[in-house]
Write a protein that binds this ligand. Structure first.
Ligand code: PBG
Length: 321
């Protein structure tokens, strides 16, 4: 039906009709908000690399969580910044670590709020790599038990879901086994299955103090040029029992989000990472565009590509809009 019989603009002229025909909507329940937990009490310190984001001690995180939930927030993802690091990142699994304390305090104050945790070694290792380092190489299999121990400690503290972000092979299976054998078969795993070695993590590494002291993460995170490899990574995690698959970063990788959407019926998440958030802010600062409009557009596009869930630093602003 070529023009003039078919006129797509007929359906776009009227704002109410446009609204009726909108295919994709971003809702508060689609969003997960990452926060950074530091040790101590009464700490709320703005993070220089991430506008309007703060380092929070467990008590401040719980106070924040209360307001966040009141405003319609549904889920938090906790990152920990410990006061001591070692070669093996053991502080990540301590029962009184900042993340473990924050989980308890938040769940005490706001039981309905979902508390998810990032499981990784990079914030906890002295060398800043996501696994055991030996002779300049990150060893895969010796890392698995450490990740499983950290995930288990989060579950014991009351986390609703654990999210491994290290990119070691076999870690979803190892964490699943540890959870199942220790009384947590009901705790789901959201796997950072398709995680690229991306420059867009820059502001996060400053926020989490997790930059590798030497080398980079290309030996375990994926090459941005690859998409077939993304399918394989997702397939392996599905086989190992990942309940939710994640693609990260989100905005520059929407083709990958789409590809994984078509691969699985399981829920799919995408992480709009720190660099994406900072780009929105920096561009708005020089008045390249309207911040709110660009931010909302970025989220609707991620969902349109196929993500059910979006991890983003925009959540509090989104709720206020
Ligand atoms: C830890 C981890 C990183 C991010 C989430 N988990 C950093 C990295 O892999 O270097 C990045 C999040 C962001 O940039 O917002 N492995």
């Amino acid at each position: 039906m070529p023009f003039p019989a078919e006129r797509p603009r007929r359906l776009r002229d009227n704002p109410s009709l446009r609204d009726l025909l909108r295919e994709t909507r971003v809702l508060p329940e689609d969003l997960i908000y990452p926060i950074f937990i530091v040790p101590g009490k009464g700490v709320r310190r703005p993070i220089a690399s991430l506008p309007r984001q703060s380092h929070l001690s467990p008590d401040k995180a719980a106070a924040f969580a209360e307001g966040f939930h009141r405003d319609g927030g549904r889920a938090l993802l906790l990152f920990g910044i410990p006061d001591h690091k070692d070669e093996l990142g053991g502080s990540g699994a301590e029962p009184d670590g900042p993340v473990q304390l924050a989980i308890r305090e938040i769940k005490d104050r706001v039981p309905e709020l979902l508390v998810m945790t990032d499981v990784c070694l990079c914030e906890y290792t002295s060398h800043g790599h996501c696994g055991v380092l030996e002779g300049g190489r990150v060893l895969n299999d010796p890392t698995l038990g450490l990740l499983a121990a950290q995930a288990l400690s989060h579950a014991k503290a009351g986390a609703d879901l654990v999210a491994p972000s290290d990119m070691m092979d076999g870690r979803v299976g190892a964490i699943r086994e540890a959870l199942d054998q220790n009384g947590f078969p009901h705790i789901p795993i959201m796997s950072y299955s398709v995680k690229y070695a991306s420059a867009f993590y820059g502001p996060f590494r400053e926020a989490a103090q997790s930059s590798p002291k030497e080398g980079d993460r290309k030996g375990y995170q994926m090459d941005p040029a690859n998409i077939r490899e993304a399918v394989r990574e997702a397939e392996l995690d599905l086989e190992e029992g990942a309940d939710i698959i994640m693609v990260k970063p989100a905005g520059p990788y929407l083709d990958v989000v789409r590809e994984i959407r078509l691969l699985t019926e399981r829920p799919l998440a995408a992480y709009q990472v720190s660099g994406e958030y900072v780009m929105l802010n920096a561009a708005a600062d020089i008045r390249a565009f309207d911040y709110k409009a660009a931010a909302l557009e970025s989220l609707v596009c991620i969902k349109r590509a196929g993500a059910d869930l979006i991890l983003t630093y925009l959540v509090p602003e989104f709720l206020s809009w």
